[in-house]
Design a protein around this ligand. Sequence first.
Ligand SMILES: NC(=O)c1ccc[n+]([C@@H]2O[C@H](COP(=O)([O-])OP(=O)(O)OC[C@H]3O[C@@H](n4cnc5c(N)ncnc54)[C@H](OP(=O)(O)O)[C@@H]3O)[C@@H](O)[C@H]2O)c1
Length: 380
Amino acid sequence: MKRIAVIGSTGSIGRNTLDVIRQFPDKFRVAALCAHSNVELLSAQAREFKPELVCLTGQAKTNFHKPGKKAKFFRGFLGLEEMLEDRRIDMVVMAIGGSSALLPLWKAIELKKEIATANKEALVMAGGLISRLAAEKQVKIIPIDSEQSAIWQCLEKEDPAKLEKIYLTASGGPFRLYSKAQLENITLKDALMHPRWKMGKKITVDSATLMNKGLEVLEAMCLFKVSAGDIKVVIHPESIIHSMVEFVDGVVMAQLSQTDMRIPIRYAMSYPQRLKGKARKLNFFQIKSLNFAKPDFEKFPCLALAFSAARDGGTMPAVMNAANEVSVAAFMEGKLGFISIAEIIGKVMRRHRSLKDPTLNDVLDADSWARIEALSLIGE
Ligand SMILES: NC(=O)c1ccc[n+]([C@@H]2O[C@H](COP(=O)([O-])OP(=O)(O)OC[C@H]3O[C@@H](n4cnc5c(N)ncnc54)[C@H](OP(=O)(O)O)[C@@H]3O)[C@@H](O)[C@H]2O)c1
């Protein structure tokens, strides 16, 4: 029985993780739940799963109702770090959205917990530092993100030295076929219409700008110790192939499945075993054809910015990520146009002098600096 802490349990990944746990009561048990603001849902989840530990990181207007006298309740990010120390937690599923995941993820690695992460922003901000810490603590970071899970599965039994290229697939988002002029009038409602995946709002907007793919380039660099030059983004509108790897002998391996996040979540939680569970299967006679295209870096400059940050390294990826988080939040609040997201990120990156070999504090400082720059450019 694996005892799981679901950090970000009220979000899209968190709820899917709980659904996997519901399907396998003999394999997994919820030891801890953590949410940021959704007290109602957190309370309902705690009543259903009866964890020993519950945490709320944000401010809440309503009271949290303990599921039983035995549950221990924690508040804030320091409370979350304290909760992670509990020995009854075997695995941490990191499902928090955004940069707030960095410090709890760091703590979980220091504590040598098993880690399955969906959060990509932390790996983007401090990829080198996280891989070094994980190696030092001998902690495996198992990816949940479907593309990274695909690469992980393709590489599992292979010699990493024989890997030549990673093909990171992208659906292309809802605006794949739009002209540059059409992109000028995008509303939040348009941006939230992802053609293939149902996800949280921030990642859905990131998928529309293709920044999500850019973040995944940096995420893959951290997880698989490759450089930006080893990764090619391929537009694959059907989202059936979740990514591919090419070896030195010209063989390409791909992982295919339905677009259901419970598949990579289940694999990350049960790794190295595969569990039979509820999942729609592929029907190749219905699919008939798969399509591939080059991404348009001019129409989707966020992807070019991410490759540039990946090549610069140092504190630049953290700066890019912070400017993106601020710009996407402003877009969601109606304060910034869709195409201005990339403009703000580009301006902040051009103003930044990247620090090579940063410490964790350097990364956090760069993140704060970039947020202030982005906010001032947006006019707040
Ligand atoms: N959704 C997907 O299919 C998918 C696929 C691949 C990767 N990912 C990655 O997984 C992560 C989560 O994505 P999501 O779509 O599940 O996001 P989401 O639906 O927006 O959920 C985010 C979760 O994080 C919590 N949260 C929000 N702001 C927070 C903050 N400032 N501090 C701490 N916790 C906070 C939320 O709590 P409250 O709701 O209680 O406020 C919620 O539980 C992202 O990094 C995303 O890129 C997601």
